[in-house]
Design a protein around this ligand. Structure first.
Ligand code: 5GP
Length: 222
């Protein structure tokens, strides 16, 4: 069975040197290393898609509402949904119908979590009533955002709510308060960027998951 637990990136792994990769010129000086190359991210998403497909197809003919948490989750959402579509295309014995929703949640200022959560996008949350939902998130750090989001969505009494996060962070200070049903990678306690994950709206246009230099963090601080 394909592993739904995260692939663990150890603290001792400092990432790959930048010179082995093609990186945008506009970010080269701001990055320390490539922590997870794009290709590995894709391979892991393919495995998550197979696992989610085999776990959640049991609800058919009902649709699974795939909920994209913007903006950071958009690349993961798009690749995960298209890999589940591949499973649908290639299998004759089972399928998983999906509908797509987009919400926006904001809790970060600079590289720190704030306790204020804004949920925007879905005009009528009542559409979630009696439905199966898969929340597709980029990264869970303290877990505060996802715990708050799930509590909020559960008020509308969906039938099931599953959460998939591409990354979970191994925090140095205290434990994360939320464990997703599916996770791609567990990463060390660094601020990571790339593959739609941003730092103050920079670095979304970077393919690989990278760790920033201190000078990069300072340069784009607002
Ligand atoms: P939490 O509430 O779990 O602390 O934070 C969740 C949100 O914070 C994520 O959806 C993401 O937007 C942001 N976040 C947390 N850690 C990181 C990180 O290492 N890099 C980036 N780019 N965003 C992060």
């Amino acid at each position: 069975r394909i592993e739904s637990n995260p692939l663990v990136i150890e603290d001792s792994f400092e990432g790959y040197p930048l010179n082995y990769f093609n990186l945008p010129l506009h970010y080269r000086d701001d990055l320390k290393s490539v922590l997870i190359p794009y290709g590995l991210v894709q391979d892991r998403i393919e495995a998550l898609a197979s696992r989610i497909f085999s776990d959640l197809h049991i609800h058919i003919p009902e649709q699974l509402i795939c909920m994209c948490v913007l903006k950071g989750g958009y690349r993961f959402f798009s690749d995960l949904v298209s890999k589940i579509q591949n499973e649908n295309r290639l299998r004759n014995d089972r399928s998983l119908p999906m509908s797509l929703e987009f919400i926006r949640v904001r809790s970060y200022v600079n590289d720190h979590s704030s306790d204020q959560l804004e949920i925007m996008g879905l005009s009528d949350l009542n559409v979630l009533n009696n439905k199966h939902i898969l929340i597709i998130e980029d990264i869970i750090d303290t877990g505060v955002t996802m715990a708050a989001l799930k509590t909020e969505l559960e008020k509308f009494q969906p039938k099931t709510v599953h959460v998939v996060s591409l990354f979970t962070k191994r925090r140095k200070d205290k434990k994360c308060i939320f464990k997703p049903d599916y996770s791609g990678f567990e990463v060390p306690d660094h601020f990571i960027v790339g593959y739609a994950l941003d730092y103050n709206e920079y670095f979304r246009d970077l393919e690989h998951i990278c760790v920033m230099k201190e000078s990069g963090i300072a340069k784009y601080r607002v």
